[in-house]
Design a protein around this ligand. Structure first.
Ligand SMILES: Cc1ncc(COP(=O)(O)O)c(C=O)c1O
Length: 392
């Protein structure tokens, strides 16, 4: 019997390891936009690069294999992947969405899809009863993001899938924070897995890309039709960059996750930090579910200081992380959800969801852990003691 390779081996030892024509150990970048038709009456495998391109196809097959799906699709951004998947919906359909969804997805649903007659409800997906109560006869999709952004709330994927199947709905899951290295939603019954490949999959803050994967051939045909019709495909240079990044996914995520766990523990003990959100902490409400459905806790955590002034002081003084939107890179990235990822959300809505003015999100990179802790220690020392007393 052929040995089933482990995930880290599969990242390197796969169909795309060696180019069959030249022996090249890197996927060739095929720039052609169009392909000569050798036969008057029929196209070859490729005809036009929006419809199919060998370099993009290598990435699409790679992500499909890693997620355990049958078809993958590469898009110009994570939002292009998510938006194209939403085109599976029609006027009059309803989508049930996790409450602390990525801000760009929130904008797409509330400002674009609504104009096409697609209804929506946001719900706290940690609460399965609330999910069940909000399913309507016209609900076609239940949309999950777990762990969620930026509060790292954990959704019970199996539980939501069960409800969705009972009501004939599809499930979509944004797997950006976990990647297939840690979480394989298709194995848990999810229908469409979505990624901002800009993040951990590519991993180097140098490309914007999106991916979608399905395990059902028929759904794959529908999504392919939409990818070709809408046309937001990933360029070949960018597809190559994602393919290169994916080769080191396992080692990057392993080290970053270990450091994230240690930093979360350190921040939990720090008197100036009011709250730490990381599913790896044993007191995190989603800890047991995360353990049960994923192979790790990931490299992203959030923490809350007293107020905006405290976060400003911290950000001014911290030296190692870049202060930027995005996550999932070799360098640590610190971001301020209130003015960055969730700027598109109305303030009262944002506060209601717990994305307060003192919240910072950290994506842990590959810097030495002791250096990171030392840097955080010195930056926190500048945070005003008085301002960290929680308002009564
Ligand atoms: C969880 C999540 N999903 C989707 C996106 C959108 O991806 P992109 O920026 O590649 O369009 C992001 C981007 O930050 C994200 O964090």
């Amino acid at each position: 019997m052929e040995r089933e390779w482990s995930f880290s081996t599969k990242l390197l030892h796969n169909k795309w390891k060696v180019d069959r024509h030249t022996g090249a150990v890197s996927v060739p970048i095929q720039h052609a936009s169009t392909f000569h038709q050798f036969d008057f009456d029929s196209f070859g495998k490729y005809d036009y690069s929006r419809s199919g391109n060998p370099t993009r196809e290598a990435l699409e097959e790679t992500i499909a294999a890693l997620e355990g799906g049958v078809r993958g699709f590469a898009f110009a951004s994570g939002m292009a992947a998510i938006s194209t998947a939403f085109l599976l919906l029609s006027k009059g359909d309803h989508v049930l969405v996790t409450e602390d969804v990525y801000g760009g997805t929130y904008r797409m649903i509330t400002e674009v899809l609504n104009r096409f007659g697609i209804e929506y409800t946001f719900v706290d997906m940690t609460d399965l009863e609330a999910v069940a109560e909000n399913i309507r006869p016209n609900t076609k999709v239940i949309y999950m993001e777990t762990p969620s952004n930026p509060l790292l709330k954990v959704t019970d994927i199996r539980g939501v899938v069960k409800l969705a199947k009972a009501h004939g709905c599809l499930t979509f899951l944004d797997n950006t924070f976990m990647t297939p290295a840690l979480q394989r939603p298709l194995d848990l019954g999810v229908d469409v897995v979505l990624h901002s490949a800009t993040k951990f999959l590519a991993g180097h803050s140098d490309v914007v890309a999106g991916l979608a994967v399905v395990k059902d051939e028929e759904l794959g045909k529908q999504l392919y039709k939409l990818q070709n019709a809408f046309g937001a495909v990933l360029g070949v240079q960018d597809a190559w960059l994602v393919l290169r990044g994916v080769k080191t996914l396992h080692v990057r995520l392993k080290q970053s996750s270990e450091s994230a766990a240690a930093l979360a523990a350190y921040l939990t003990r720090h008197p100036k930090v009011e709250e730490v959100y990381y599913p790896g902490l044993s007191h995190h409400p989603g800890h047991a579910i995360q353990r049960n459905q994923a192979a790790g806790f990931g490299a992203v955590l959030s923490f809350r200081l007293a107020d905006e002034e405290a976060t400003r002081t911290f950000v001014r003084n911290v030296r190692l992380p870049v202060f930027a939107v995005s996550l999932g890179a070799v360098e640590s990235i610190l971001s301020y959800p209130a003015k960055m990822s969730h700027a598109a959300m109305p303030k009262d809505e944002r506060l209601r969801r717990g994305i307060t003015d003192g919240l910072l999100r950290l994506s842990v990179g590959l810097e030495d852990l002791n250096d990171l802790i030392a840097d955080f220690e010195q930056a926190l020392s500048f945070v005003n003691e008085r301002s960290s007393i929680p308002a009564r």
